[in-house]
Design a protein around this ligand. Structure first.
Ligand SMILES: [Fe+2]
Ligand SMILES: [Fe+2]
Length: 249
């Protein structure tokens, strides 16, 4: 299977170009990509330990080494970009992680509780999504940053291999039900995507509500406290009913 950008990413190409255009953001994104690649490599090493299929173990180990190599490539390039920035340059606060994420790997899937077939289905979809995303990053970086584009070209070859071997192995271990496995994995990824979007919306809403509280509700209490303070006399005053203080009961 050749890797081409997803239709949605092709539509969003101007957004991707804008995201990668800023050198500071580019450097930080590559460092973050390095972390997720290394995380994926660790999950695959664990999957290699757990499987009883000798061929899958070999492939998972090779895959884990590839992900570790990608982590190093992204880290090196990210550091080089950040080191070349002029001193005192400001990092943009908006990282656009929703629009331009890295490789998600096993995406918090519990490797221990998955069977070979379900793990392969999930891996195939994840690798395919990463390869399609990296293909669009590779395209937009051609005009922006050729050395970073070359890093993506190198990694993209491995991602295409990951995408293809996971599909071929899924068909081998589950010849009759591989289509069903893929649909189940697709639904699980959709659910995770929904949770990610819902969390992002909840974050924004939380920020808006707290800001409104700060500027609308708090001034009302501050005004009432100031008015009450003006009514109080300064210094010691006699209690209104002295008998109240004659006993503790
Ligand atoms: Fe990778
Ligand atoms: Fe990969």
């Amino acid at each position: 299977m050749a890797v081409r950008p997803h239709a949605l990413d092709r539509l969003l190409r101007p957004v991707h170009r804008w995201v990668w255009d800023d050198a500071h953001r580019r450097g930080q994104k590559l460092l973050r990509f390095g972390l997720t690649e290394a995380d994926g490599g660790r999950d695959l090493s664990r999957a290699a330990e757990l499987t009883s299929d000798a061929l899958l173990r070999r492939l998972y180990l090779r895959h884990a080494l590839d992900e570790q190599r990608h982590a190093n490539l992204f880290r090196q390039r990210g550091r080089a970009i950040l080191a070349a920035l002029p001193e005192g340059s400001q990092a943009p606060t908006f990282q656009a992680n929703m629009f331009a994420p890295g490789e998600r790997g096993l995406d918090d899937l519990r490797v221990e509780s998955e069977k070979d077939a379900s793990l392969l289905a999930f891996l195939h979809l994840s690798e395919k999504a990463a390869a399609q995303r990296f293909a669009v990053y590779h395209e937009v970086l051609a005009a922006v940053d050729p050395p970073t584009r070359d890093v993506f070209a190198d990694i993209l070859r491995d991602e295409a291999f990951h995408m293809n071997y996971t599909y071929a192995q899924l068909k081998r271990v589950s010849p009759k039900r591989h289509g069903f496995r893929l649909w189940t994995a697709r639904l699980s990824r959709l659910w995770k995507g929904y949770l990610r979007i819902a969390t992002a919306i909840a974050n924004v809403m939380g920020g808006v509500i707290l800001t409104l509280q700060y500027f609308i509700v708090l001034p009302i209490f501050a005004f009432m406290a100031k008015r009450a303070a003006r009514r109080l006399r300064s210094g010691w005053t006699k209690p209104r009913d002295e008998s109240l203080l004659s006993s503790q009961y």
